[in-house]
Design a protein around this ligand. Structure first.
Ligand code: PLP
Length: 380
């Protein structure tokens, strides 16, 4: 490595990266606590009447959960294992929602035993399971809503037909469960405001229908989906734009007494993460520089596949850029992070880093595939 690359100069982020590589080596996932706080604060500021439940699947690292716990957030968990991660941090079960509409019986039993009594469902057979194994639970019916324009579809597998929602809630009540209200998810990385406004309209209709049938609903869960910026220079709808509209619609459509919650994942943790890798080998093939780095799509770049995400690859080098390919360390040709990147000339040991990669990255890594570890998470 050229000495200059790891000696201080440039932005504070670059200096943080240099210092961290010197101290810990690589690959490392730096999670900036100040950014976790900032995102939580942005959410609260723009949606003051909405209680956030951080969806831990975006990044279940205990230190991140602890940080959000201290900031007063609640948590969305989807399995007994996720529940255990949160409860082991001495967070009260009353701060959790079990927001997977299809739950195994042992997982429902685990929730009941632990005292997690708020859950979502979207079908009748699930209600029988909940009524039997977690009697008296509070339930939200998750409805199917439009996901158009969201990067990750979350309505293909889940969601009751809105026309059946009131019926399902009545059914829940007849089984001794507490019908709390309605939940939806507009799809992840949603930049289509209409997804939110339409889902709110549909939900309000269900509230009205339920009321006419003598069943007052108390809770609305507006899910996650709030988008972040993956590239520094990117024209994109901001969270604040969505929040402003959502807030207006909530006021217009729902009684003040209705408790509104949300399940942000990506928005809470994505911007805090900086993945720092190093070049382990280089070659010249097909008229391009090929750089092989020590992290790839089987590990912290797993979002390339599962999250349909494209990342902005940055280096600590300045100078003329050349067409390059950046690949991960495994023997699989699928393990290519980018076929065409404009990058300066790099050497073995040079740093390649990515910002805004805190969500759906390390969380979906395949541990140890081909003998390559994923990045160590470090809160800074
Ligand atoms: C994945 C998921 C979330 C988080 O979604 P983001 O788009 O990351 O905010 C919230 N709720 C449920 C039910 C989910 O499946």
């Amino acid at each position: 490595m050229k000495k200059s690359e790891l000696s201080p100069n440039g932005s504070s982020i670059e200096n943080l990266i240099r210092q961290s590589v010197k101290q810990h080596g690589s690959p490392i996932m730096l999670i900036r606590k100040s950014v976790l706080e900032k995102q939580c604060h942005r959410f609260r500021k723009s949606l003051p009447q909405v209680k956030p439940y951080y969806a831990i699947k975006a990044n279940p690292h205990p230190e991140i959960i602890k940080a959000f716990g201290k900031l007063g957030a609640n948590f969305d968990v989807a399995s007994a294992k996720e529940m255990e991660i949160v409860l082991n941090l001495k967070i009260s079960p009353h701060r959790l929602i079990f927001a997977n509409t299809i739950k195994s019986i042992p997982d429902i039993q685990a929730a009941h035993k632990a005292g997690v009594n708020l859950m979502t469902f979207d079908n009748e057979p699930e209600l029988y399971k909940i009524a039997k194994h977690a009697p008296r639970s509070r339930v939200l019916v998750r409805i199917k809503v439009g996901n158009a324009g969201s990067i990750v579809e979350l309505s293909l597998k889940f969601g009751a037909d809105p026309e059946h929602a009131a019926f399902l809630l009545r059914k829940a009540r007849s089984l001794g469960l507490v019908p709390e209200g309605v939940a939806f998810h507009v799809g992840s990385q949603c930049t289509n405001i209409a997804n939110y406004t339409q889902a709110l309209e549909i939900s309000a209709q269900i509230f009205k229908e339920a009321k006419e049938e003598g069943m007052a609903l108390n809770m609305l869960d507006i899910g996650g989906g709030f988008p972040i910026r993956h590239f520094d220079r990117e024209e994109q709808l901001e969270f604040e734009d969505i929040a402003r509209q959502t807030r207006k619609e909530l006021t217009r459509l729902f009684d003040k007494k209705v408790k509104v919650i949300a399940e942000p994942g990506r928005f809470f943790v994505g911007p805090s993460g900086i993945l720092v890798t190093q070049v382990v080998g280089r070659a010249f093939r097909n008229n391009k520089n090929y750089y092989y780095i020590n992290d790839g799509v089987y590990a912290d770049f797993s979002g390339t596949i599962f999250d349909h995400c494209k990342y902005e690859l940055k280096t600590l080098r300045r100078g003329q850029k050349f067409l390059s390919t950046v690949a991960g360390p495994t023997c699989d040709s699928l393990d290519i992070i980018s076929l065409t990147e404009e990058l300066p000339e790099l050497d073995v040991g040079s740093v390649i880093y990515v910002k805004n990669i805190g969500a759906y990255s390390s969380a979906s890594a395949v541990p140890g595939f081909n003998g390559f570890a994923s990045a160590k998470t470090i809160l800074v």
